[in-house]
Write a protein that binds this ligand. Structure first.
Ligand code: ADP
Ligand code: MG
Length: 730
């Protein structure tokens, strides 16, 4: 029997890197060429229409129908000049991918012929059939109408022959069905809340934007090997596979040279990204073999999220061209580093100031401290929600395993800022400060903050939420996630916190306390309240798990349980009050996330059962038969005493194989029973719990025994490409 695994390995050996030519050696000559951005708009729009679109982008003003018609016709002219024939509303449903519905520009004319047409109403709103997207029971299936509506803050772009228009996706009754809608609302709420707090320091601030710089980690596997692993094909992760002799213990991969085939692939998706205005800048190897990272320069959060979604799409499409498959799963290989998507987050003003970057003057530093401490307080008070925002079946495999942040939310701020906060706590008093005390505070604490900028060596890579000099880095986000969930959450909780802060400070000011003192007093209270979440040690260690428990910090390992924080009283109240998501929307989302979890575990469970039963057990039996034949032959040849001596190994192997097979078969049977039971549960939450508690635990037992068989069975017979082949073949 020809084993596909060996054919695949042969194919891999014959691969050559593809030739990829840069459109120009100067990136500036093609950067953004496929985007209907400012330059294209200036060229194709009247001044009036251009101003109107810019107003919508910068101030959130409405675009009227007449202008929308103009914009549509300009977009069409621009797009057709670039060879586009279709347009599509591009949106981000809660499936986690992006969705499109394509329509041609042409419209037939009466009496024959056709014209190219694209009107304002087609630009502004579309009605895709929404029945197949998850909606958590908001829309009855017979009422399958959902609307997509143009988001002018993210520019239209061309992929292949399609003009893609970024849109939000809402139900007929007005509820959000996507990731973008609540994100846009959160961004508007943080803008308002942060701008108001900025008034304490700088009256020129009229707008605050949230910035996001993501770092996308991924694995590459050769197409042929991927096809030979039904588990990778169906779930994006390998459900079996013994750790290779050489794992990542040598750490020789990190920043090592990138293989030519991979470089060609990276170059091509970078070129396509740059044409789409995605400012990809760095690429390097990651910790594990065949793992890589791509990071752009940070952008306004909504744009950065769209760009990440686009990039993930491009990565998939272009990988296939290069005979690769890209794995965006959080944990494609057990025992090997997983993949995350660090979300670097900050706030930036229209005056060009990064609010999380300490400045040169004491006033700037107090502003920095204000945003810094409020962020800590927000994370402290909403740690469970932040944990929920990154909960998924994939990330559940990653968090807390092999060099990944644990499920405990903590914040790393570095030793300098730790001592600044300690000093503040000691020196700020309730009530008025003496002139000496004020000078001391100004000179010795606030005045010293900029020094932290000079020392950037203070880094801790084990923290899920780390301050890195001028931004916070949320490292627990999963590699396949839509960043919106994390970004909506961070911006909402910080906005909420800033609103509370402003109210408290204003109350003190009204009592006659000087503004700076009022700010310091409130901040001091926050430091006291939230310092238990600050942690500078090793977040990967067992010690921290114990210490965190002592501090009363949550450590929610199970994804479906982590999701609970989305519907806690506290979250529901905050999201509703700030108009991010209503109770109904929040509950619908909760249900969708639970269902997605269930489906993912269900698919994994099916593929585990199928592979074990149809691939692994038959091969193990076959190999066992050769051992039995061998033993029989020996028995014929030798007298009893010699037979005993010469067949000892074979007999032991035969028994071992039988032992593993029986555990595997027994576990598969029980797992199927557990699945059947779970499937009968009506309630989405309880069903997800049943999958997590009663189905998933079999995965480890089955895997352990299959991986043992991998070590016992003749390599020539083993059907699945092994870890060393998936991770090391180039
Ligand atoms: P690493 O975490 O791998 O050491 P870097 O520190 O180089 O990598 O990561 C920097 C990331 O942070 C980049 O994606 C960068 O664009 C982003 N970044 C830098 N400044 C900001 C900011 N003000 N807001 C958001 N993201 C930022
Ligand atoms: Mg990082």
């Amino acid at each position: 029997m020809a084993i596909f695994r060996f054919k695949a390995l042969e194919l891999v050996q014959s691969r050559k890197p593809l030739e990829v030519t840069l459109p120009s050696t100067k990136v500036s000559e093609f950067y953004g060429s496929n985007v209907f951005g400012k330059n294209a708009m200036k060229e194709y729009l009247s001044d009036e229409a251009y101003e109107s679109v810019m107003g919508a982008i910068e101030k959130g003003t409405n675009i009227d129908r007449k202008v929308a018609d103009q914009v549509a016709s300009a977009m069409k002219a621009w797009a057709t000049s670039k060879g586009a024939t279709h347009y599509t509303h591009w949106f981000q449903p809660l499936t986690g991918t992006t969705a499109e519905k394509h329509d041609a520009f042409f419209e037939p004319l009466e009496g024959g012929g056709a014209i190219e047409k694209f009107s304002g109403s087609q630009l502004v709103q579309q009605e895709p059939d929404a029945s197949s997207f998850p909606n958590g029971g908001i829309r009855n299936t017979f009422e399958a109408r959902g609307y997509t509506a143009w988001d002018p803050t993210s520019p239209a772009f061309i992929i292949a022959k399609e003009l893609c228009i970024p849109t939000v996706f809402i139900s007929y009754t007005g509820e959000a069905l996507d990731y973008k809608t609540p994100l846009l609302k959160a961004l508007s709420v943080i803008d308002k809340a942060a701008s108001e707090v900025c008034q304490y320091f700088d009256k020129n601030v009229t707008k605050v934007i949230s910035t996001l710089g993501w770092e996308q980690e991924y694995f590459l596997v050769d197409e042929a090997l991927f096809q030979a692993r039904p588990d990778l094909l169906m779930t994006g992760r390998s459900v079996f596979g013994h750790i290779p002799a050489k794992g990542q213990q040598l750490e020789d991969h990190y920043f090592g040279s990138i293989p030519d085939r991979v470089t060609a692939y990276m170059r091509e998706f970078e070129i396509e990204s740059l044409k789409l205005g995605i400012p990809v800048k760095t690429r390097h190897n990651e910790v594990a073999p065949n793992q890589f990272e791509c990071a752009p320069i940070f952008e306004e959060a909504n744009l950065a999220v769209d760009h990440n979604q686009l990039l993930m799409d491009l990565m998939h499409k272009i990988a296939i061209k290069h005979n690769f498959r890209v794995l965006l799963h959080e944990k494609p290989f057990a025992g090997v580093n997983g993949s995350g998507k660090h979300n670097n987050w900050s706030l930036s003003t229209n005056t060009g100031k990064n609010l999380l970057s300490p400045g040169k003057t004491p006033k700037n530093n107090l502003q920095f401290l204000t945003f810094f401490v409020n962020t800590i307080k927000a994370v402290h008070d909403n740690a469970d929600l932040l944990r929920a925002s990154i909960a998924s079946a994939g990330n559940e495999h990653r968090l807390g395993a092999n060099e990944a942040p644990p499920s405990i939310v903590s914040i790393f701020i570095g030793s300098h800022l730790t001592s600044v906060l300690e000093e503040l706590e000691k020196k700020v008093k309730n009530g008025k400060l003496s002139p000496d005390e004020k000078t001391d505070l100004k000179l010795n604490i606030i005045g010293k903050i900029p020094e932290i900028l000079l020392d950037n060596t203070d880094r801790n890579r084990t923290s899920p939420f780390a301050f890195t000099g001028n931004k916070f880095e949320f490292r627990a986000v999963g590699s396949s996630a839509n960043c919106s969930s994390a970004m909506t959450t961070i911006n909402t909780i910080v906005a909420n916190q800033l609103i509370i802060f402003k109210k408290s400070v204003d109350e003190l000011i009204a009592k006659g306390i000087n503004k700076d003192e009022a700010i310091l007093q409130i901040l001091r209270g926050y430091i006291v309240d939230s310092k238990r979440i600050l942690f500078e040690g090793n977040g990967y260690g067992e010690e921290w798990v114990k210490e965190a428990a002592k501090r009363g910090l949550s450590n929610i390992k199970s994804a479906p349980r982590a999701l609970e924080a989305f519907v806690s009283k506290q979250t529901m109240e905050m999201f509703e009050r700030l108009h991010i998501l209503s109770h109904v929307e929040q509950e619908a989302r909760f249900e969708i996330y639970q269902e997605t979890y269930t489906k993912k575990i269900q698919i994994e469970s099916r593929i585990i059962g199928d592979l074990a039963q149809n691939h692994i057990i038959p091969i193990a039996l076959k190999y066992q038969n050769t051992l039995i034949e061998n033993a029989k032959g020996l028995k014929e040849m030798f007298a009893a005493a010699e037979f005993k001596k010469y067949s000892a190994v074979q007999l032991r192997l035969i028994a071992e194989i039988s032992d593993h097979i029986s555990v595997i078969q027994d576990s598969v049977d029980k797992m199927i029973e557990a699945r059947k039971k779970a499937n009968k549960i009506e309630d989405a939450k309880k069903r997800a719990y049943a999958y997590a508690d009663n189905v998933k635990p079999f995965f480890d037992t089955i895997r352990y025994n299959v991986d043992k068989l991998e070590l016992l069975v003749d390599d020539e017979m083993w059907p699945l490409p092994k870890y060393r082949e998936l991770l090391y073949t180039k």
